[in-house]
Ligand binder design. Structure first.
Ligand SMILES: CC(C)[C@H](C(=O)O)[C@@H](O)C(=O)O
Ligand code: SF4
Length: 424
């Protein structure tokens, strides 16, 4: 069995499960964000009165934080009331940050667990060897009622990434490149395991970027075998007992892909699909109106660090708006302490409070018709960040920072000491 199958077997009380099998499994933790008031309504429609375990549920107000409309304020109010009524242990209110980052920082993610949330990017937690996946409101309500959920055991695809990333090339570039090669449906209802020397060399934050964007390939969940870095991180955050379930040597992956990233260039995903990634040198000179640095795939401490380093004493370009949103309160605090926020503010950035911001087009920096945005977020569908007539380019935090200074798509390596870049 694959480690993911072992996680599912253990949670369903079976000795063995096989890909394609439908099983009923115990969930370790459920998480609801502020777009899913329906999960509370469904809970009551299913005749729920008391949640299965108030210590294993979190409500997170992140997508509309702070509330930009009366409707979202009312939804958040209802959620706070439900949390109180039910004695639910975790309420991460509008000051906390993006759910996927907050859960990890709060020590609610550990190897071998099953974490289900009302958000597709819950695949992020594969970076910790956890089985994370997103569901809709009724499935989540079922978990709140029973602590269990049905699963179809997924096939697993192996993506092996080898090589040493060039200076200025980040995990976002790697995953955009993989998406451009494999497309957006390569892993529909499958799991993606990332492996290889590049993945092993990556920090926890970088691994989270890979796993987060597994869902952009259609993946149900993702996985990276936990190593010392993972264990050290998880232990520094939580005191849960966990063990690491290993994939059997004779496990057969449903497909295997191998990438070498030694010579990978910074990538840019052109509008309007995440798999439109190309080498940045093919896109130079495209004029940009807004740069967004933030989200669950581009707003971590390391991301703000590289952005601040690249921007340094420069000012942002006169025709650019730079919106920066730390992924969590912790990231905000640390980036204040380390001076990144001061650098960014002095350069002309607009900083808003931790949360999803304009990533899914709800507030804090929407785009007008005809505008162009370069963003560290994960999706560039038409209308994703405002007008359907705006163009969204997906880039790494390093690239976003270079664009903010230069006003057009720019290779970040121009601004990084000792980075090599061949002009084409
Ligand atoms: C909750 C939801 C609208 C959503 C998701 O499921 O991923 C959002 O976070 C996104 O990134 O599109
Ligand atoms: S930051 Fe963007 S991708 Fe992440 S959970 Fe929020 S809306 Fe979804």
């Amino acid at each position: 069995m694959h480690a993911i199958e072992k996680i599912l077997a253990r949670a369903s009380g079976k000795k063995e499960v096989r890909a394609g099998e439908i099983i009923q499994a115990k969930v370790d933790f459920a998480e609801v964000n502020d777009l899913y008031l329906q999960s509370i309504k469904s809970f009551y429609e299913m005749k729920g009165t008391k949640v299965w375990d108030p210590n294993k549920i979190a409500f997170i107000l992140d997508h509309y934080a702070p509330a930009p409309s009366i409707q979202s304020a009312a939804n958040q109010k209802s959620m706070r009331e439900f949390v109180k009524e039910q004695g639910i242990k975790y309420l991460f209110d509008i000051n906390a940050g993006v759910c996927h980052q907050v859960m990890v920082e709060e020590g609610i993610v550990w190897p071998g667990m099953i974490l289900i949330a009302t958000d597709s990017h819950t695949t992020t937690h594969g970076a910790f060897g956890a089985l994370g996946t997103g569901v809709g409101a009724t499935d989540l309500a079922t978990i709140m009622l029973t602590g269990e959920l049905w699963f179809k055991v997924p096939d697993v695809i192996k993506i092996e990434i080898n090589g040493k990333l060039q200076t200025g090339v980040m995990a976002k570039d790697v995953v955009l490149h993989i998406l451009s090669e494999l497309g957006t449906d390569v892993a529909v209802y499958k799991a993606i395991e990332y492996t290889g020397s590049t993945v092993r060399d990556m920090s926890i934050s970088e691994r989270m970027v890979l796993c987060n964007m597994a869902v952009e390939m259609g993946a149900k969940t993702s996985y990276i075998i936990p190593d010392e870095k993972t264990i050290e991180y998880v232990k520094s955050r939580a005191d849960y007992e966990f063990d690491i379930l290993e994939t059997d040597e004779d496990y057969k992956y449903s497909a295997e892909y191998i990438f070498n990233v030694d010579n990978l260039e910074p990538q840019v995903a052109l509008p309007h699909s995440v798999d439109n990634g190309v080498d940045i040198q093919k896109t130079l000179e495209i004029k940009v109106d807004q740069v967004f640095i933030g989200t669950c795939t581009g707003g971590r401490l390391e991301d703000l660090e590289i952005a601040a380093e690249i921007i340094g004493d420069n000012k942002i370009h006169k025709d650019i708006r730079l919106v920066v949103i730390p992924a969590s309160k912790e990231v905000l605090e640390k980036s204040i302490e380390k001076g990144y926020i001061m650098t960014l503010v002095k350069a002309g950035a607009t900083i808003t409070s931790p949360g999803c911001g304009p990533c899914l087009g709800t507030h804090q920096g929407l785009l007008a018709p005809g505008e162009v945005c370069a963003t560290t977020s994960s999706r560039n569908f038409p209308g994703r960040m405002g007008s359907t007539e705006a163009d969204i380019y997906l880039v790494s935090p390093a690239t976003a920072a270079a664009i903010a200074i230069n006003g057009k798509i720019t290779d970040p390596r121009y601004y990084i000491k000792n980075a090599k870049v061949e002009n084409k």
